[in-house]
Design a binder for this molecule. Structure first.
Ligand code: NAD
Length: 538
């Protein structure tokens, strides 16, 4: 890739910019440790400018645009993303270190988010609430205003799109802040959105680290925060949201288990478990890197898994290996620290166990795919999210799973492997059902994902289609204060209430704005019908 061509400027109010201070930080290729771009470092003044641009865009009419226009823009953006899939994938692979084909999947997923939410943009409905004869309240869902989007480095384009697509679809403007480790694709996405017809100021990106993020989440001009990242940062962001009294959507980290029983198809389960490490070097919030293995299958399964893991080819993401480096030197040191801690706790590295010693990988942040066996239950490596290519194995006797199930409290997803439902202990079923969405997750399978509803994962799990509710506020438009016991009607007279207002409201309106009174129909049969259609004719 022509690295000199990579533009590291942020994107504010429809334009690339180096920001007020002109300061920059380095974008580093994790496969080589080499700097490949200088990236603008946004400070609080740049955050002010971006939030002001977003606010101006909302006020200038983005929020009130006929929804079908938003549908078209978002679909056009998705089409452009698909057209430029190769360019985006190369940038993402270089920036994050992931294999190119995984980056290509990410671009396709990002385009999918824009297509999905384009379909939602003109289907945002309120409700009508019948309150008895003569009274109907109704609600509208309307945009919140300026949505601050804090994006992590592991899937910058994909996760940014997951938050930004519903925000834009619902008529909000966005100020996004990708991670300093990797996030250039998000800036490019904003630029592409302008090419797709998005008005300037609707989608802004400020680049920088935690300080830039904190300046954005504390900004008094924002109306919503969407955050994906670690639990400690999520806690800080929730506090910032509380100070600002704005709604917040969190997607946090976790530690997911796979549970393999002795009667599972061990070959398939081993293949699936090894894939966990290859997917973005297990820097994935749902990566099931904690393996609970029934003792009876221990030796055979560990052997099968080790064979698979030893065959994983490491290399530079752009060369499409099985697995790339981890994202940064800091992340590499963190993972190596976990490996040391596992060793101290008595775990054994069956494969890997440290930094790759291959000379051609020596300058990059490569960690050998590691299978840590005999990991004591409750130890640090078994409990904490390592966010690197380390799979821990802890054995269990199946009848003892019940108490273990109670310890599975840090898991965004989990898999269960076992052929025979009847063989699966009640504890397994309980631990899955207690938190899982699906009632009957234990099937004849090697891996079944179950997502919990609770835990420290976040304030509500995100699903395509549900995110939009976080991007809208519900507004009650008409109500009858008299019905609620008020002595007189205070519903403002206007075009809407002129059409919908009940008789008591009409009586209190200025004569000029009062709709014609309903004349009781002479025909008693029609009259009865109108009891159920009180506003017909008004
Ligand atoms: P992180 O929390 O360190 O950073 C995430 C983002 O927050 C970055 O853009 C960072 O600059 C910004 N940030 C950091 N401190 C901030 C502050 N005080 N105020 C505002 N912004 C701040 O997380 P990370 O290291 O980038 O990502 C890894 C973590 O994210 C893992 O724990 C992983 O599980 C989690 N994650 C979760 C999901 C999910 O969908 N649930 C997806 C990806 C990552």
């Amino acid at each position: 890739m022509e690295t000199t061509a990579i533009d590291g400027r942020m994107f504010v109010d429809g334009q690339r910019s180096w920001g007020s201070s002109g300061s920059t930080f380095d974008a580093i290729d994790p496969a080589t440790g080499q700097v490949f771009a200088a990236v603008a470092l946004a400070d609080h003044r740049d955050v002010d400018t971006a939030v002001a641009a977003a606010r101006a865009a909302v006020d200038a009419g983005w929020a009130g645009l006929p929804p079908v226009r938003r549908v078209r823009i978002l679909n056009r953006l998705a089409a452009l993303l698909r057209e430029q899939r190769a360019e985006f994938a190369r940038l993402e692979s270089l920036d994050v270190g992931k294999p190119l084909r995984q980056a290509e999947d990410d671009v396709a997923a990002a385009a999918g988010y824009f297509e999905f939410f384009a379909g939602v943009a003109d289907k945002v409905f309120g409700s009508s609430i019948p309150l008895g004869k003569g009274f109907v309240d109704f609600t509208l869902r309307e945009p919140l205003g300026v949505s601050a989007q804090i994006v992590p480095w592991n899937y910058p384009l994909r996760l940014a799109s997951r938050g930004i697509a519903p925000a834009l679809a619902c008529g909000n403007a966005v100020v996004a802040k990708p991670a300093a480790e990797a996030g250039l694709s998000v800036v490019r996405l904003a630029e592409l959105a302008t090419e797709a017809g998005l008005p300037p100021g609707v989608f802004n990106v400020v680049t920088g680290g935690p300080e830039t993020g904190a300046a954005l989440t504390h900004h008094p001009g924002i109306n919503h925060i969407m955050f994906t990242g670690s639990v400690p940062t999520g806690i800080a962001i929730m506090k910032a949201a509380a100070d600002n009294v704005v709604p917040v959507t969190l997607e946090l980290g976790g530690k997911s288990p796979n549970i393999v029983f002795a009667d599972a198809d061990l070959e398939r389960a081993a293949a699936s478990s090894a894939t966990t490490l290859m997917q973005n070097s297990a820097q994935t919030c749902t990566a099931p890197t904690r393996l609970l293995l029934e003792s009876a299958a221990h030796d055979r399964f560990v052997d099968l898994l080790a064979q698979r893991i030893r065959s994983i080819r490491l290399g530079r993401g752009l060369d499409n290996p099985d697995m790339g480096p981890v994202v940064s030197e800091r992340q590499m040191r963190r993972v190596l620290g976990f490996l040391k801690s596992g060793e101290k706790d008595g775990a054994t590295a069956v494969t890997g166990g440290g930094r790759s010693e291959k000379p051609e990988l020596a300058r990059g942040y490569f960690i050998e795919p590691t299978l840590l066996d005999r990991v004591p239950r409750g130890s640090l490596v078994e409990q904490e999210e390592i966010f690197g290519p380390v799979l821990t194995v802890t054995s269990f006797e199946w009848h003892a799973l019940r108490p273990r199930g109670r310890h599975l409290d840090k898991r965004p997803g989990q898999g269960v492997g076992g052929r025979d439902r009847g063989q699966v202990g009640p504890g397994a079923r309980e631990c899955v059902q207690r938190r899982g969405k699906h009632r009957s997750p234990v099937r004849r399978l090697q891996t079944q994902r179950v997502r919990p509803r609770a835990g420290r994962r976040g304030a509500g799990e995100l699903h395509p289609g549900e995110e939009r509710h976080d991007q809208l506020r519900l507004r009650l438009l008409a109500e009858c204060p008299r019905l609620a016991g008020a002595p007189s009607c205070t519903v403002p007279a206007g075009p809407a209430s002129g059409w919908l207002a009940p008789p008591c409201c009409r009586a209190s309106m200025p004569a000029a704005r009062r709709p014609a009174a309903i004349k009781p129909p002479a025909d008693p049969a029609r009259r009865r019908a109108e009891d159920f259609e009180p506003w017909a004719g008004s």
